[in-house]
Write a protein that binds this ligand. Structure first.
Ligand SMILES: *[C@@H]1O[C@H](CO)[C@@H](O)[C@H](O)[C@H]1NC(C)=O
Ligand SMILES: *[C@@H]1O[C@H](CO)[C@@H](O)[C@H](O)[C@H]1NC(C)=O
Ligand SMILES: *[C@@H]1O[C@H](CO)[C@@H](O)[C@H](O)[C@H]1NC(C)=O
Ligand SMILES: *[C@@H]1O[C@H](CO)[C@@H](O)[C@H](O)[C@H]1NC(C)=O
Ligand SMILES: *[C@@H]1O[C@H](CO)[C@@H](O)[C@H](O)[C@H]1NC(C)=O
Length: 779
């Protein structure tokens, strides 16, 4: 009896359970009202809703949660405790600046977490606690400056960590501890200039490391010895000038990218420990010669493209070595004239002859002279650290060809550096005044650091004799002006940093002695006007990038920009009250113009007409623009790839239909008036296949809605000809051609910006090298 009762109870319980599970599969799952939910795929999408808090009521069973394009600012502890089955979590572009410790606790199944394009600046010790299954972590395009020890401690299964496009300057010891399964670490596009010796300790499985587009000045040999498994190392676009003996001692390395740097020379023993190297890219450096490389036995490709290789007898050993070892030499001769542009692969040993001219001979003698002069160094390499000459209280690394006397309280420039020094770091001293010929015997120095030295005057000829100087850092000093002869004797100078001084004018006369100047930084000075007076007609014939951000420029006179063929002009955060339309006539090659952070209320018709053929990127954020003439952008066409007008007071926009080449457009934070007058914009957005963020500010009931989402436009007459008081868009029928945008759907738009920037940099470097070649061949 009792038994049957029990059996019956069990039967009812089973039926009851069945009914329960049945009804829960039939009943629609919970779905927050801001989100769209796909029950069959267990996916919830709440993207682009300006949410400020993680929506409550996401069904517990959800596996993919897409929260991108919101406005969370901060992720508190335990933000996702209610969705323990998540495997994919997207939080990119959510204005997140802080991730509290334990924010992701409870997410033990997540394999992919995307936090790209936020504003995170510090990674705290327990930021990623709980993500014990995580395989991919995207933290690119944030503001990360600091990684606290133990930040990644809990991520033992992580394979890929993307930290590109952040603000890292330094990587401390043990920063990546705990990541014992990581395969690829991406640190490209930061400002790294220093890696602690144990920075990469614990990355036992790492096979690929990307460190390109940083500011490393030498190869971090010791740090790299902690990476036993790395096969591929990307260091392109750094600032190295020399690779010394044994620099690259990574035994499993097969692919090494060292292109687009400033290598003047490298030791034939530089790769002696890296025997498995098969691809070495040394493209776009300043190498004139190269000796056969000791060490690698399997070298397949040695890329020397874009170097000013001088094809004379000194290149014979390399050529022979490559032929015997089966290595493909890529690149071409830059000289002598009769071999110029001849591919290295086809040029034969019999062509590689010396005594091609008296000049070449003279050059060689000069070099020999220097070798003898530097006898001390040569014996020093034989018996290390004995007779190295080096000024008292400085450090001279004869291996790396560096000398540093950083912050040693000097009030006179110390002298007596090893003759082969290529990087001289004197920052943080108190020189006040730099007299004529302050740097004797530094003819090989490529990079000179004089930041933060309280310098208020530089006498004419101060750098005399530094004939190989390419980078000069005079940032954050007290200069109010520069003598016309200040840069006499440094004809190769290419990058000049004068930001953070008190200059009241562009020092045009001084610049006229720099025929190879390419990039000039004048940010954070006290320049109030740009005037042609005092500038020779062509002061800097090669200057391409001029940075004038954060000055007090209120006007640009016509002719003021004609001293250089400027391609990039940053005028952001100045005191301009109008677009300097006339002055742009002097910059017919202008490609990038940043006007953000000025105070310009009105953009008149054809404001960019003079740059319309060349302009590619135009930034006009946070300028208080209230109105743009409907012809404001007239003349600009398919060439324009980036346009930003974020954070202005625009209620409407001029016709964008001619801008068929746009890859990025940023219209955010404008109080756009969403009525039929905006229909052309809406159509344009629909056609553009770009992620276009534009929200309505008016009328009130539409405030906050995406222009692309609102359905107000459905009620507009087919070909709207509504005119409004503002009159910018609709005063005549607007025909919207379908925008033929090259952008591929699904790719984040900023990716494209970086690619464009990359291309631009490459083009610049190319131009620069070309110039250098020409300069050299002219000798
Ligand atoms: C060699 O370098 C050039 C320029 O950097 C590059 O375009 C090319 O793809 C490289 N070739 C190989 C085979 O790596
Ligand atoms: C343009 O200027 C603004 C304001 O100074 C700055 O935030 C932004 O990064 C600049 N953009 C570019 C591409 O230089
Ligand atoms: C330039 O603008 C800044 C900030 O807007 C202001 O403090 C400064 O007084 C202005 N300078 C001049 C010379 O107008
Ligand atoms: C998004 O929300 C914030 C805070 O709720 C608000 O200040 C802001 O104006 C909103 N932005 C848009 C574009 O609706
Ligand atoms: C609207 O304009 C398009 C092309 O400009 C035209 O093909 C279409 O017939 C017009 N529609 C109406 C209702 O006028």
């Amino acid at each position: 009896m009792i038994l049957t009762l029990l059996a019956q109870m069990r039967f009812f319980a089973v039926v009851f359970l069945l009914v329960l599970t049945r009804s829960s599969t039939i009943k629609a799952r919970k779905c927050p009202k801001e989100c769209s939910c796909d029950d069959s795929k267990l996916t919830v999408v709440c993207a682009g809703k300006n949410l400020t808090e993680i929506p409550l009521g996401v069904d517990e069973i959800t596996v993919k949660l897409d929260l991108k394009n919101n406005n969370f600012q901060m992720l508190p502890r335990g933000s996702f405790l209610h969705t323990p089955y998540l495997t994919h979590l997207s939080l990119q572009r959510c204005s997140i600046s802080k991730v509290k410790e334990g924010a992701f606790r409870g997410l033990g199944r997540v394999v992919s977490l995307n936090l790209a394009y936020n504003k995170i600046d510090i990674l705290y010790q327990e930021s990623f606690d709980g993500l014990s299954s995580l395989k991919e972590l995207h933290l690119d395009h944030n503001h990360i400056e600091e990684i606290q020890p133990g930040a990644f401690m809990q991520l033992g299964l992580l394979n890929v960590l993307a930290l590109t496009h952040n603000r890292l300057v330094y990587i401390p010891n043990m920063a990546f501890q705990g990541l014992q399964n990581m395969k690829w670490l991406r640190l490209s596009y930061n400002s790294l200039n220093n890696l602690a010796p144990e920075a990469f300790a614990g990355l036992f499985a790492l096979s690929r490391l990307s460190l390109d587009h940083n500011e490393l000045q030498f190869f971090p040999t010791q740090t790299m010895t902690r990476l036993p498994e790395v096969k591929r190392l990307e260091l392109s676009y750094n600032r190295m000038t020399y690779l010394g003996e044994g620099s690259v001692s990574m035994r499993k390395l097969t692919h090494l990218h060292l292109d687009h740097m400033s290598l003047q020379d490298l030791s034939d023993q530089a790769f002696s420990q890296a025997r498995l190297l098969s691809h070495v890219d040394l493209g776009h450096n300043q190498l004139r010669y190269l000796e056969p490389l000791t060490g690698p036995t399997k070298l397949a490709i040695l890329n020397l493209t874009g170097n000013p290789i001088y094809c004379d007898c000194h290149m014979r050993p390399l050529k022979r070595w490559a032929t015997v070892g089966g290595a493909k030499l890529l690149g071409a001769c830059a000289g002598p004239a009769h071999l110029s542009d001849e591919p290295l692969r086809t040029v034969t040993s019999s062509h590689l002859r010396c005594r091609s001219g008296a000049d070449a001979l003279k050059d060689e003698e000069e070099e020999e002279g220097e070798e003898q002069e530097s006898d001390g160094d040569i014996t020093a390499t034989a018996t290390p650290k004995q007779t190295v000459k080096c000024p008292l209280s400085c450090e001279c690394d004869t291996e790396a060809h560096h000398a540093t006397c950083e912050s040693r309280g000097f009030n006179k420039v110390p002298q007596g550096f090893p003759t082969r020094t290529q990087l001289l770091d004197l920052r943080g001293n108190h020189f006040h005044f730099i007299p004529t010929s302050s740097f004797p015997g530094t003819g090989r120095v490529v990079s000179l650091h004089l930041e933060l030295c309280k310098i208020h005057e530089i006498e004419g000829g101060a750098f005399q004799g530094m004939r190989n100087l390419l980078y000069l850092y005079l940032s954050d000093n007290d200069l109010t002006s520069l003598e016309p002869e200040a840069f006499a004797g440094v004809p190769k100078l290419t990058y000049l940093h004068l930001e953070g001084n008190r200059l009241t004018q562009v020092p045009g006369a001084a610049l006229s002695l720099l025929p190879n100047l390419f990039v000039l930084h004048l940010e954070r000075n006290a320049i109030s006007k740009l005037e042609p007076a005092g500038l020779p007609s062509s002061a800097a014939p090669t200057l391409m990038d001029l940075y004038l951000s954060n000055n007090a420029i209120s006007g640009i006179a016509k002719g003021a920009l004609s001293f250089a063929p400027i391609g990039t002009l940053h005028l952001d955060s100045n005191n301009l009250t109008e677009v300097p339309a006339d002055a742009l006539a002097d910059a017919p090659r202008l490609e990038e113009l940043n006007l953000s952070g000025n105070s310009v209320r009105w953009i008149g018709p054809r404001a960019f007409r003079h740059a319309s053929q060349s302009l590619r990127r135009l930034y006009m954020d946070r300028m208080g623009i209230e109105k743009m003439s409907k012809e404001a952008l007239l003349g600009l066409g398919p060439g324009l790839t980036v346009l930003t007008v974020r954070g202005n007071q625009l209620r409407e926009l001029p016709d964008l239909s001619a801008l068929t080449g746009l890859e990025t457009i940023d219209l955010r934070d404008n109080p756009l008036l969403c009525d039929c007058a905006l229909l052309p914009l809406r159509r344009w957005i629909d056609n553009a296949k770009l992620e276009v963020a534009a929200t309505c500010g008016h009328p009130l009931e539409l405030r906050g809605q995406q222009v692309a989402d609102t359905n107000i436009f459905a009620t507009c007459p087919e070909n709207a000809t509504i005119s409004t008081e503002m009159g910018a868009v609709g005063s005549r029928p607007v025909k919207i051609k379908s925008a033929r945008v090259k952008a591929r759907p699904g790719k984040p738009k900023l990716d494209k910006v970086s690619r464009t920037q990359h291309r631009r940099k490459a083009a610049k470097q190319k131009a620069k090298n070309k110039k250098m070649n020409e300069a050299k061949m002219g000798n």
